[in-house]
Design a protein around this ligand. Structure first.
Ligand code: DUC
Ligand code: ZN
Ligand code: ZN
Length: 461
């Protein structure tokens, strides 16, 4: 057979097995996998001593979302997808955010406009419904689902985004009727508001207060409520960015009752803690995200949830803001009071190396789990499988070649996002992707960008 690209002698890993094999690629697809493939190839890459993994799919990424007066996200689609690519990803899933006073179609058009010819990875969009008006639920949302926007995030927190219980039920109902997947941000806004006011009354406005105003019960209660409302509607749901044992327990109990629940956690809940929010000179702002990082016991619970299969998805929740300057973490109000620090941290490039080094490297998960948690399950959950998320004949040739022995220390300087810091600065990690192939094209070769802006495509689902 004639191949465009042949990956020789690597250890090919899927969610079910690992074996030494060659991978033959033609016209952007995987066309052959075998212990020794014969045939001509335009290009051969020697992958011996390397891992050949499905390109990562990060199904929880925020790019270029408006985030409040004068606040700008640090990544546009160019820098966000470039950073994702260097982190071993070939597909990311950002959000089209409906403005509270806007409609869904304009949101979809807006994000498509921003992404047009600006992609280094493939992209599929989720929607965020912030205003489930009769027009949105009656016409716009069903039409968008029909057009392939089949996953929808809703928030139980943030004054301008949150849905109340009646709105959650009505939105779930539309998702059920039209076969969409609901993703839910579970934190109780009224409880947060109460705690924020109490903290402010006591003059407690430091970044650390972000964590103490969003304690575990805030997330646990909302997780329980979201699961109960979904159970009432009879809707499978995704609980995103789970941070602690109590919320995990709610998910396990819902499953034991027979509910279909998909659960996601993120690097910040494995390797950061609320103590990081105590950083000097307001540097704690660099770690403000929601839910907040917890403590080492909750980290251990999240690791256990990854090891025992409670979690299906490991995503970055990349939501980058610059620390310096006035349009990010240190905006004039945010530099004085934690409640005005934009919520979110960068992490699309470090997600995979963190899980590889801390998870596979330390024996907490095996390579099959790593692939399932970072690629295959994302494709299955969000309707991209088997085109994406695996190494199989007929699938897109989206592949990351990893050097499992390579040890590097994270510095923001070596990353490719638009932020000005990494919350993981100084972490030493072993195992990094060095070459990344997108639909058969070598995009990153030995840490050097070869792909071009516009090589990434929009994925209709
Ligand atoms: N939720 C997210 O999913 N990302 C960033 C901020 C938030 O609250
Ligand atoms: Zn969220
Ligand atoms: Zn998010």
């Amino acid at each position: 057979m004639q191949f465009d690209l042949l990956l020789k002698s690597g250890t090919v890993v899927t969610e079910t097995d690992s074996r030494q094999a060659d991978v033959g690629i033609k016209d952007g697809k995987i066309v052959a996998i075998g212990s020794t493939l014969d045939g001509e190839a335009t290009e051969v890459i020697d992958a011996s001593g390397r891992l050949v993994l499905p390109g990562g799919i990060d199904s929880h990424v925020h790019i270029a979302q408006p985030s409040g007066d004068g606040i700008v996200m640090a990544d546009d689609f160019e820098s966000g997808t470039r950073s994702a690519l260097f982190g071993g990803n070939t597909t990311i899933m950002p959000f089209c955010l409906q403005e509270r006073d806007g409609d869904l179609r304009s949101a979809i058009n807006w994000y498509h406009g921003l992404a047009e010819n600006q992609l280094y990875t493939d992209v599929a969009f989720h929607l965020i419904v912030a205003n489930p008006s009769p027009g949105v639920l009656g016409q716009q949302l069903p039409a968008a689902i029909k057009d392939g926007y089949t996953s929808i995030k809703v928030f139980m927190t943030y004054e301008n985004l949150r849905l109340n219980d009646a709105e959650l039920l009505a939105t779930f109902d539309v998702a059920r009727e039209h076969g969409a997947t609901m993703m839910i941000h579970c934190e109780n806004e009224d409880a947060i508001r109460y705690l924020v006011e109490r903290h402010e009354a006591n003059g407690n406005v430091l970044p650390r207060a972000h964590a103490t105003t969003r304690p575990v019960p805030v997330e646990r209660e909302a997780t329980h409520r979201a699961l109960s409302l979904a159970e009432i509607v009879d809707l499978p749901i995704v609980i995103v960015h789970v941070s602690n044992a109590a919320a995990i327990e709610e998910i396990r109990r819902a499953r034991a009752r027979g509910m279909k629940v998909t659960a996601e956690t993120c690097p910040q809940y494995l390797v950061l803690t609320e103590d990081d929010l105590d950083g000097m000179d307001w540097e704690g702002a660099k770690f403000v995200c929601s839910p907040p990082p917890r403590n080492t016991q909750e980290q251990a619970a999240c690791w256990e949830g990854l090891t025992d299969g409670t979690f299906d998805l490991f995503s970055s929740d990349h939501c980058p803001f610059r620390y310096a300057g006035t349009d990010g973490k240190m905006n004039p109000q945010g530099a004085k009071n934690f409640r005005y620090i934009p919520n979110g941290i960068p992490g699309v490039e470090t997600r995979l190396p963190i899980l590889f080094s801390e998870g596979v490297g330390k024996g907490r998960i095996d390579l099959q789990q790593f692939v399932a948690l970072t690629a295959t399950n994302h494709a299955k959950t969000y309707g991209l499988f088997p085109q994406k998320g695996t190494i199989a004949v007929g699938s897109d040739a989206d592949i990351a070649i990893w050097d499992p022995e390579l040890t590097r220390t994270v510095t923001h300087e070596s990353l490719h996002d638009g932020a000005d810091y990494s919350p993981y600065e100084g972490m030493t990690l072993t195992g990094w992707p060095t070459t990344v192939v997108l639909r058969g094209k070598v995009m990153v070769r030995d840490d050097v960008l070869e792909g071009e802006l516009g090589d990434g495509q929009y994925l209709s689902r």
